[in-house]
Design a protein around this ligand. Structure first.
Ligand code: GLN
Length: 537
């Protein structure tokens, strides 16, 4: 029988519910339990696919093509288990399902209401993964902060769910903040007391409090929190600021969060967590023998969350190379022919990021020209790959005005053009080419040596593609399509023959890099940057 853990947040947002959920899941997984994590987001969008990265950070895409919250990326990076559409539900989706049911006549004669119809639909979604039989434990992270108007139906659904599942089959972890008042020199528990009180008003007594703090919590404070919030002493868990998110599982292990959870769910402790590989990773991460600087050229650089999976992939690839990777964001809008040498000269490698629309596009193309001509390792992702194609068309093939039809519908040389199947699509939500697709890699190519195999799958999120009418010209001039989708011949990977490392993909490798499986493209790109750094000391 599946057991359920709910993670709520109090006091303020951004306390790191996703990391705590992923860390707890990691500990339970390392004790041999099959665990998954799902996230419920209280906004009305059906999914975050239509949101600007400035709003909500990166949009994470699953194998089955769901556009989801970036926390799912953390779940996959920690657990090395793929997530799916069922792992991310929004209020928009809940209402859409209920309203569709209403139109279909499922509630004939009845008034459709938040309680019970919306809460029932929430509970049904809370159970989907558990009922698949694939998991012993399902962790459900509730987005938002307790007390938010839009979170109320979720909190009520948790209350009902717990009553239905019976004692010992579910528990609530409340993540809260213990602020430090510098003037008083004290940690303060009152905000936590208040947010627990609010949960109590809604009928939920949290079982465990995870307390985010910048300073260690003294035994007296622990006691005070436990007493005033009505939890056991060992259910007050300190979550102190950590140098890296990857330290958090070990901090939670020290606090015995996994033991407390298993005891409350009446599950056997089984063996001690096997965190050997995790600790090895941390060891390599913390003791680098070298360093590289990577320029990340993009237009959402003001918000680091916009490129979350890319920066995390560099953490994994850095550890694999025992190399510290310093990722420095470069605003593509600020790059010009005049300043590019100055702005990019300090880097050992340049990554051009995914994106949409015209803004900053010329800066990306200028950056690619510079690294191509100066033999600086280059890695392009999605729009980054499309820019590499445009740059090559303009500057090597001399196709003046070559562009993507996304940016210039009337370009004389549409080297990137809209995919045929996309042309008839009117709705913009959830209609890109999304999720995992096959790619066949050319034998003897750089891509083949990087992957060590010729059949791969990667995840996608795009509407435009390389225009194969130009393929022969590109290949004759030295840019080859080394990865091709076997079904529709779409160019998935391009690379340059005469360059130490110039590889770009139409897909998003950053979505598949995990602690256990650093992505080979990132690992080899960092290795190439390292080789470049050594040569150019
Ligand atoms: N805008 C481009 C397309 O839709 C690239 C998308 C991306 O970088 N994810 O094809």
């Amino acid at each position: 029988m599946t057991k359920y853990i709910f993670v709520t947040g109090g006091v303020t947002s951004s306390l790191g519910k996703g990391i705590i959920s992923a860390s707890l899941a990691k500990l339970l997984q390392s004790r041999g339990y099959r665990v998954t994590i799902q996230k419920f987001d209280p906004y009305i969008n059906i999914d975050p696919g239509t949101l600007n990265p400035y709003e909500h950070g990166e949009c994470y895409v699953t194998e089955d093509g769901a556009e989801t919250d970036l926390d799912l990326g953390h779940y996959e990076r920690f657990l090395n288990v793929p997530t799916s559409q069922a792992n991310n539900i929004t209020t928009g989706r809940i209402y859409q399902n209920v309203i569709n049911q209403e139109r279909a006549g499922a509630y004939l004669g009845k008034t459709v209401q938040v309680v019970p119809h919306i809460t029932d639909e929430i509970k049904r979604n809370m159970r989907i993964l558990g009922e698949s039989g694939e998991y012993d434990i399902v962790i459900t992270e509730l987005g938002g902060t307790v007390g938010d108007i839009e979170s109320l139906p979720y909190i009520e659904a948790v209350r009902q769910f717990r009553w239905e599942e019976g004692a010992n089959n579910s528990l609530v972890i409340h993540l809260t903040l213990i602020p430090f008042l510098a003037a008083a020199g004290e940690l303060k528990t009152k905000p936590t007391q208040h947010s627990v009180k609010m949960l109590l008003e809604y009928g939920i007594q949290p079982d465990i409090l995870v307390c985010r703090t910048e300073h260690h919590i003294t035994p007296e404070i622990r006691r005070k929190i436990a007493q005033f919030c009505n939890v056991n002493l060992n259910a007050v868990v300190e979550s102190i600021d950590a140098p890296s998110i990857y330290d958090v599982p070990l901090l939670m292990l020290k606090e015995q969060l996994d033991k407390t959870v298993l005891a409350k769910l009446k599950l056997p402790q089984r063996n001690e967590p096997d965190l050997e590989n995790w600790k090895n990773f941390l060891g390599r991460l913390k003791n680098p023998t070298s360093e590289v600087r990577i320029g990340l050229v993009g237009k959402y650089v003001e918000l680091p969350d916009a490129y979350k999976s890319i920066t995390e992939s560099f953490v994994h690839a850095g550890a694999a190379n025992e190399c510290k990777v310093r990722v420095v964001c470069v605003h593509s809008e600020s790059l010009t022919e005049e300043n590019v040498a100055d702005r990019l000269s300090g880097f050992n490698g340049v990554l051009v990021a995914p994106g949409f629309g015209n803004r900053g596009i010329e800066g990306k193309i200028i950056a690619i020209k510079y690294v191509r001509e100066h033999n600086i390792p280059f890695f392009g992702i999605c729009l980054g790959m499309q820019c590499a194609v445009i740059e090559f068309a303009r500057n090597v093939l001399n196709l003046q005005g070559a562009h993507s039809t996304e940016m210039d519908e009337n370009t004389p040389h549409p080297v990137i053009s809209m995919m045929e199947e996309q042309k008839k699509i009117k709705n913009l939500g959830g209609t890109m080419r999304l999720g995992s697709y096959d790619c066949e890699i050319k034998k003897g190519s750089k891509a083949a040596s990087i992957y060590g195999k010729t059949s791969i799958t990667e995840r996608h999120r795009h509407r435009y593609e390389f225009n194969n009418d130009y393929l022969a010209d590109f290949e004759n001039a030295g840019m080859i399509a080394s990865g091709i989708n076997p079904d529709n011949k779409l160019a998935e990977i391009v690379e340059l023959k005469n360059h130490p490392f110039f590889v770009a993909g139409q897909f998003h490798p950053e979505l598949k890099s995990t602690v256990a499986n650093p992505h080979p493209l990132f690992v080899s790109f960092v290795a190439a940057a390292l080789a470049y750094a050594k040569k150019h000391v």
